[in-house]
Design a protein around this ligand. Sequence first.
Ligand SMILES: [Zn+2]
Length: 327
Amino acid sequence: MSSITGQPGKGPAEIARPQRCAHLTADPRGYPIIATVGQPLGKVDFGTLSEQRKLALATFDLCAVCAHPFGTELRWQVGFDGLLPDRFTEAPVHEICALYAAQVCPFVSSPHARLGDDWRKGLRRPELLTLTGFHRTKAVTGGRSGLQRDSVLLFEMAGPTESHQIRTAEQAWQLYAEALTTDTALAPVPAEQALIDVLCSPTAEENEDSGGVMAGAAWYCGAAFCPNVRKVQGMDRFIRPSSYDQIAARLVLRPTAAADLAESNDMATRAAMNWLLTRTELPEVLSAWRRRGRRQLLDSAMHESTDEQRKKTKRKQQATGRRRNRR
Ligand SMILES: [Zn+2]
C-alpha cells in the first residue's frame, strides 16, 4: 500500500509541524502529544481524550491541538459521511492543526484517529471526511453522545463558513502541504502563553495530569456553572471538596477577587487568574457560564433570605402567641 503522496515512509516525527505546534512534546515514537490528550509525567494515554482537558480548553477558548487561542481564525470540527452533528464531542481546532492532526494523530478515541495510520497507509476503506470551519463556539454543555454511558462535554458550533471534503489520504496531505505554505507563528500574550505552558507540559507531581490541574483553575473561572458539567466523567474531584465551588462563587460574584489568587503557589491557578484579570472581554462560552452562575447564586441567596424572613416572622408570631397565652 502506498503511503501519503510526497511523504513516502515518513514517520510522525519527520512530518513538518505547523509553527504553532512546535512546542508540543512527543512520545518515544514521535507522535506529538496534542492539548486534548492527558499527559501525566511519564505516561501519556493516547487512547483517552481527557474531559478535564476539554473543560480547560472550553473555558479559555483554546485549540484542542496546539492550545493557542483562535484570534480571528475559524474553529474547525471533523464530520464523517457528510453529516454535520448539532454538537461535537471534541473541542474545536485551528484549520492547520486539524490538517496536521490528520497526518500524525494516533489517538483511538478521537475522530482524527479515523484518519489514523491505517487510513493514511490506505489499509482502511476510504470514507468521506468533512472538515468544517465555524465562526463561533456557541455553547458547551455536559451531555450524552450516541451510545456513551457517561456524560461528556459537547461543543455547539455556529456560523459554518468554509469546508474541506476529504476522501483520500492524498487529498488530506495536499491540503496540509498547501496550508503549510502560508503558515505563520502565533504571538500569544503572556497570560495566554502561561496557559499554553501549563497545558502542554507534564506537572512536577508524579501521575498528575496538568490538564486536571488546569481544569481545577477553569472551574474557579466559571466552568463550575457549565450546564450539566457535574455529570461529566472526571469532574468528581471538583465537586467534593466544596472549596472549588466556593472559590467559583466568589469569583463570579466579585470578579476582582481573582487578584487574591493571582500569586497562588499553584501554577495553573496563577495562570488562570492572571488571564482572567488581563482579559478585556471573556470568551462567549465562559461569559454565558458566568452569567448563569451569577443568576443561580443570586436566586439562591434570595430564596435563603426569603426563607430566613419567613422563619423570623413565624418566630415572632409564636412569641406573640405565647405572650398572649400567658395573659
Ligand atoms: Zn491549533
